[in-house]
Design a protein around this ligand. Structure first.
Ligand code: C2E
Ligand code: CA
Ligand code: CA
Ligand code: CA
Length: 274
């Protein structure tokens, strides 16, 4: 039995080491990556169920590394945030989003995700502003940022968001409800919308507590005059429940998975024609 214990401890140590070296490899490849060539963006529909039309798409990063293959953003974004590469990633994603935006009709907006680093220093935010301004008006890029990203330096982040607003961009508070003092943020920051986290949507059909919480969030957003988007809507039952609670703006697999640019452009053209 003793030998078994030592054996599994050894296996654990080896596995742990393996995990660490995997993280180091991803960090290294990311740091030396040709971001413009290796990063691409996909688009996930945001749908207005009251107007019965697509209002925009969230832009999501995809990394195809020549060494590591396809790496999920869930893996590489946190590492990029730690090493500071994230600012270059944001700028690459934004540049590609601006190019795609130029091919879309006026009423379709694109939402780009920001990290704490992007609103954590004036030069980082200025780089974003310059890219948007260089692409010319009118601006049809919106931004999403999580509560945790804003919390790192509320004053700096608030100023950064205010300067993005002057571009004509709208700001959404992402993963709403998962942070700590959500209501405080909504009040203090220049926000246009909240995006209610997928975890609430997942629980909503069976769980009366989740429904009560979501109802409170919807009512609060209406009272504050900001809009409210639900993410991770997967089933017709979830949609019915969300609509009954006053929800209108939806995103999730029920409406569409993230798609490439050509597919998105075709979808938009088809919806225009119908
Ligand atoms: P997020 O901002 O919350 O983005 C939504 C994630 O949920 C996306 O995963 C999307 O594909 C997924 N999703 C959408 N609808 C559904 C659904 O109905 N069911 C389920 N189970 N999932 C759904 P993805 O593309 O893997 O991105 C994961 C996270 O990585 C994003 O979460 C975001 O935090 C981050 N991320 C992705 N691209 C970027 C980027 O360009 N910049 C930054 N800073 N973060 C990014
Ligand atoms: Ca997002
Ligand atoms: Ca989100
Ligand atoms: Ca989320």
């Amino acid at each position: 039995a003793k030998r078994d214990c030592r054996g599994s401890a050894l296996v654990f140590a080896e596995r742990h080491e393996h995990e660490i070296s995997k993280v180091r490899r991803i960090e290294h490849e990311l740091y030396t990556a040709d971001l413009d060539a290796e990063l691409s963006i996909v688009f996930q529909q945001q749908f207005d169920t009251a107007l019965n039309c697509t209002t925009g798409y969230e832009v999501l990063a995809r990394w195809n590394s020549p060494v590591l293959g396809q790496v999920s953003p869930v893996e590489f974004i946190p590492l990029a945030e730690r090493t500071g590469v994230i600012c270059r990633i944001t700028q690459t994603v934004l540049r590609k989003a601006l190019a795609a935006s130029a091919k879309l009709p006026q009423h379709i907006r694109l939402s780009v995700n920001l990290s704490a680093n992007d609103v954590g220093s004036t030069p980082a935010t200025e780089a974003i502003i310059e890219l948007v301004e260089a692409a010319g008006q009118p601006c049809r890029i919106d931004f999403e940022i999580t509560e945790t990203a804003i919390m790192r330096d509320m004053k700096q982040a608030g100023d950064a968001l205010a300067s993005l607003l002057t571009l004509g961009s709208r700001i959404a508070l992402d993963d709403f409800g998962t942070g700590h003092s959500s209501l405080t943020h909504v009040q203090k920051l220049p926000l246009d919308r909240i995006k209610i986290d997928r975890s609430f949507v997942a629980d909503i059909v069976g769980d009366t507590t989740s429904r009560a919480i979501v109802k409170t969030m919807v009512d609060m957003s209406h009272n504050l005059g900001i809009s409210c988007v639900f993410e991770g809507v997967e089933t017709p039952e979830q949609l019915t429940t969300l609509k009954a609670l006053g929800g209108t703006l939806m995103q999730g697999y029920l409406f569409g998975r993230p798609v490439d640019e050509d597919t998105m452009l075709t979808q938009v053209a088809q919806e225009q024609a119908s």
